[in-house]
Design a protein around this ligand. Structure first.
Ligand code: IPE
Ligand code: IPE
Ligand code: MG
Length: 237
């Protein structure tokens, strides 16, 4: 039996389908998705989960129609502006993982401000993956190590799992124990390929805007029933 996860990762999927099922534009699904994220963050914090990592925008999501991409960027800006004070009050330590340089300048500024203002907070670690792609992250980490070797600062023999992990956006953070994906899709969509090596997977048909305390409880109960073996054998109890 496992305890509750220390670090929960979520692929928040199904906003568009949630809206379409109601005859609404996809954008309304994204708006509703923000509410689901806010309540999930609060639940995780209340239930003593130390870290939450949420997939908000992938490097592949730029291929969506321009209107939807613009709407999402503006939504991120608005939500950050509106929620920063609450995040501070609730002791959340927020970070944004991904290639942030490609984001609109205003969003980059808000991200810097939120990161700085919450850095010393002692509560839940909240990672928002924004313009995040795991393959891009691994390429950038490899390049950083190659540069250190070229400069004579690093012996190639010293490159091990720890050295590579230290170059990832998640450097210094423990790997997720549990990955939840909503909307029934059974794929990783370029999310945390390295970090999820031994995570337990929970896929639910619930669409992200409908993800609530009951859905989170189901995932946590599912996790508690798992036997994590990490390649070993199950000990007799
Ligand atoms: C997830 O919901 C949010 C983002 C990827 C930004 P989707 O927008 O992917 O919703 P579906 O999968 O089309 O229903
Ligand atoms: C994954 O969802 C990305 C985020 C949740 C931000 P997508 O909807 O983009 O994934 P695919 O296209 O179904 O694989
Ligand atoms: Mg989707």
């Amino acid at each position: 039996m496992s305890e509750k996860p220390h670090h929960l990762a979520i692929i928040m999927d199904g906003n568009g389908r949630w809206a379409e099922a109601r005859g609404l534009p996809r954008m309304m699904g994204h708006r509703a998705g923000v509410e689901a994220l806010k309540s999930t963050l609060r639940l995780c914090s209340d239930w003593g989960i130390a870290a939450l990592t949420a997939y908000a925008f992938s490097t592949e999501n730029w291929s969506r129609p321009g209107d939807e991409v613009n709407f999402l960027m503006t939504l991120f800006e608005r939500v950050l502006q509106k929620e920063l004070r609450t995040l501070e009050e609730e002791q959340v330590c927020i970070r944004f993982l991904g290639d942030l340089d490609a984001l609109p300048l205003k969003l980059q500024e808000l991200i810097s401000e939120a990161t700085e203002r919450t850095a010393a907070n002692a509560g839940i670690h909240f990672n928002v993956c924004t313009n995040y792609g795991s393959r891009q992250e691994l390429v950038q980490a490899t390049r950083a190590l190659a540069l250190q070797v070229q400069r004579g600062e690093l012996d190639p023999e010293a490159i091990d799992e720890r050295a590579l992990a230290a170059q990832l956006h998640t450097a210094g953070q423990p790997d997720p124990d549990l990955l939840i994906r909503t909307s029934g899709e059974q794929r990783l969509s370029n999310f945390l390929l390295w970090q999820l090596a031994y995570a337990e997977l929970h896929v639910t048909d619930v669409l992200w805007p409908d993800f609530d305390a009951a859905a989170l409880t189901n995932a946590l109960v599912d996790f508690q029933g798992r036997q994590r073996r990490f390649g070993g054998v199950q000990e007799e109890i």
